[in-house]
Design a protein around this ligand. Sequence first.
Ligand SMILES: C[S@@+](CC[C@H](N)C(=O)[O-])C[C@H]1O[C@@H](n2cnc3c(N)ncnc32)[C@H](O)[C@@H]1O
Length: 205
Amino acid sequence: MTDAKREHWDEVYRTKAADSVSWYQPTPEPSLRALDELQLPATAALIDVGGGASSLVDRLIERGWSDLSVLDIAEPALEVAKARLRGEAARVEWVVADVTIWRPARHYDVWHDRAVFHFLTEPEQRLGYRNALEAGTAPGSVVIIATFAPDGPERCSGLPVQRYDAAALAAEFSSAFVLEREWREEHTTPAGGRQSFQWCVLRRR
Ligand SMILES: C[S@@+](CC[C@H](N)C(=O)[O-])C[C@H]1O[C@@H](n2cnc3c(N)ncnc32)[C@H](O)[C@@H]1O
């Protein structure tokens, strides 16, 4: 299962320009706004789970964040981000792993996931994700997570997705996390399409 998933995503990042994929954002505005509102110090440890080639880490390095990690199942995605960052790439910890079987060796203050959890359509995959999340966070840690909303697309990158409203998404994590904030976002794809996203900020009890 993991091999097929990895091959799918490796192929995506090997064959498509990072700024042509449907999830591309010139600037990760909703994530940056959420982080601004949380008023975290730049020393906070943040992991971008399934970060792919996102420029979130670029923007956070510019803002002086000093403890940044990016995890993705697809090494070619991380290579795109590293090439873009050049020398600054050394300031980020890069992790190639399937989050559903990954066991973090440390805690993060912020667990950021834009458009990854919604690919986990099987209960055991979501359980694996929750296990990683709980191992990688501590009381007070924050999760910023975005999935397709109920009126969002049924598929992404050719794969089926599970869509969530705020209540359903928060319920996935309610054993350990409390919902602090939620909002919807209309993402415009590079091709000009519109995709409804549901965002949640959750805090670990
Ligand atoms: C739709 S893209 C979103 C990328 C990035 N978060 C962004 O907002 O630009 C989904 C990303 O999740 C990664 N991914 C998918 N399944 C994964 C898994 N099980 N473990 C880790 N990464 C995964 C893919 O390689 C891809 O980079």
